[in-house]
Design a protein around this ligand. Structure first.
Ligand code: NAD
Length: 525
């Protein structure tokens, strides 16, 4: 993380590096606080007009964006792979497809979402009023995004913000700004005004300047440590925030699971994007009756994975984003082995490929005392632990500071869902993992240290708007029974009115009703 104050002070320039080969792709000056401030001012001016456009016009821009993205998918997937390292197929399926489908979702749902919504009144005191909910944009939304999904994360958030009438200032990760620039050129070519969507490039200091600039809401995705710091900055300004943070996602494999299917699922969901996915399987619990077979099948499949440059179509697993990430992985593996874990596949660097490559690793006989089962590893490591009962599996799955996602694997769907309901996480999948991020209707977000708020789906749209309650009185020429002109008689009538609605027994209620009539007939100020 380039975000300690000392590093920030030095980080005036950033280099974007291909993690497969170390080649410098581009260099940038970091945006300073004054530049961020100007960006905000331009965004605020432009937002006023953008908010006034018809939803239909904004949706036609989204439609054009979707078409352009599909046409340029090869170029954009290439950019993602070159700066983030993931295999080209993953860039297509976990980034570009997710964004194309988000457009589909917004085209299907935004009209209904933004239509004003009646609020029927249940209380008889307010029957003669008409209430409605209006969903209005916040204004300028700041988005700070990470490097691991450099296109899909900022794009899905940006599209939801724009369709609801906000302007956006995006601060992408300093490691992967090129994907954000691709997003900007797609949006501008599709018809989003230049100042309605802007990108500011820089490290943590630029992100902090964005928070201080006067934005109306922040959508932050990144680590727990940065998220906590940002929450403090935001609290001082009462700035509303969504925090999408890390995960330590458990996978629970029950005794009736299909070992062949569940092991393939475990290997894919642990090593996708070289394990650098917030939703990736970070710990696996398997019933003791099938434990050894499950472990050996995972080890066998892991050894068949081809590691290398993500642009090579034959590659399954690409490099880590940088060497610092590898040191964390090594520390977790060393700590686990010192406490009795067994490495059954991988376990070390693949130096012949380059400094950022690490062999996909399966660890057996792990326990909850090990760092690899408690801290986010964010690398290609699949630690597998045995359990004896479902209750124990639930206890272990919930024994964590995180709560982003989880999965349960079983041939019995009902049993799987019963167990899923007991796991405390933002999303629990039965017989799959990770893919909920690609379900545009599904809310994405965590509980506990995994964050606050949601992106994606209807709940993600709700985060982009302020709800305003609008109320019109239907008998505007009449003074209200609760207005001034109080006195003993009014107090008695008020007691009667409460009895009329809430007293026990019909007689008491009728009596209350008779006592209450002065509320209406009395003289009011
Ligand atoms: P990070 O916290 O280091 O950085 C995230 C972003 O915050 C970057 O753009 C960075 O420049 C910026 N930043 C850093 N310090 C800042 C500061 N003081 N003020 C403002 N902005 C600042 O995270 P990362 O290493 O880029 O991403 C990996 C982490 O993100 C992992 O923990 C992963 O689990 C998490 N993540 C979560 C989700 C999710 O949806 N929950 C998705 C992807 C990644």
């Amino acid at each position: 993380m380039l975000n300690t104050p000392d590093v920030e002070a030095l980080a005036q320039r950033i280099s974007v590096i291909n993690p497969s080969c170390g080649q410098i792709l581009r260099e940038f000056e970091c945006a300073c606080a004054a530049e961020v401030q100007h960006t905000l001012i331009r965004a605020r001016e432009a937002q006023a007009a953008w908010q006034q456009t018809l939803v239909r016009q904004r949706l036609s821009v989204i439609k054009k964006f979707q078409r352009l993205l599909n046409e340029r998918k090869q170029q954009i997937a290439g950019t993602i792979t070159s700066e983030a390292g993931k295999p080209y197929v993953e860039a297509l399926l976990t980034e570009i497809l997710v964004v194309l489908d988000t457009c589909r979702f917004l085209l299907d749902e935004s009209y209904a979402f933004l239509r004003e919504q009646p609020v029927p009144h249940g209380s008889m005191t307010t029957k003669l009023k008409r209430g409605r909910l209006l969903r209005e944009p916040h204004g300028v939304i700041g988005i700070i995004s990470p490097w691991n999904y450099p296109f899909s994360i900022p794009s899905t958030e940006t599209l939801a913000a724009l369709v609801t009438g906000n302007a956006v200032v995006l601060k992408p990760s300093e490691l992967t700004p090129l994907s954000a620039l691709e997003l900007a050129s797609l949006l501008h070519d599709a018809g989003v005004p230049q100042d309605v969507f802007q990108v500011v490039i820089g490290a943590g200091a630029t992100g902090a300047a964005l928070i201080e600039s006067g934005i109306d809401k922040l959508i932050f995705t990144g680590s727990v440590a940065t998220g906590k710091r940002i929450a403090q900055l935001a609290a001082a300004r009462l700035l509303p925030v969504v925090l999408e943070l890390g995960g330590k996602n458990p996978m629970v494999v029950l005794d009736d699971a299909d070992i062949e299917v569940a092991s393939s699922g475990a290997v894919w969901a642990a090593f996708i994007n070289a394990g650098q996915a917030c939703l990736s399987v970070e710990r696996c619990y398997v019933h003791r009756g099938i434990y050894e077979r499950f472990v050996s099948t995972c080890a066998e499949k892991t050894k068949q994975l081809r590691v290398g440059d993500g642009m090579d179509p034959e590659v399954d697993v690409g490099p880590l984003i940088h060497e610092r990430q590898i040191r964390i992985i090594e520390q977790h593996i060393e700590d686990a082995c010192a406490r009795g874990a067994r490495v059954v596949a991988g376990g070390g660097r693949l130096r012949s490929l380059g400094p950022n490559f690490f062999a996909p690793t399966v660890l057996a006989d792990v326990s909850h005392e090990m760092r690899v089962m408690r801290e986010e590893t964010f690398g290609p490591v699949l630690p597998i632990m045995a359990f004896d009962s479902e209750a124990e599996a639930v206890r272990l799955a919930n024994d964590t500071d995180y709560g982003l996602s989880a999965s349960v694997w079983t041939r019995d769907g009902v049993r799987g869902e019963l167990l899923a309901r007991q796991i405390r996480a933002g999303a629990v999948m039965v017989n799959d993992a990770v893919s909920c991020f690609g379900i545009s209707e599904a809310p994405h977000g965590g509980i506990k240290e995994s964050g606050i708020g949601r992106t994606h789906g209807r709940f993600g749209l709700e985060e982009m708007v302020r709800v305003k309650y609008l109320d019109s009185d239907l008998v505007a020429g009449v003074k209200k029974p609760w207005w001034y002109g109080y006195g003993r008689q009014v107090a008695d009538a008020a007691e009667g009115f409460l009895d009329f609605q809430f007293a026990r027994g019909i007689i008491r209620r009728l009596r209350g009703g008779m006592r209450s009539s002065p509320l209406v007939t009395r003289r009011k100020l």
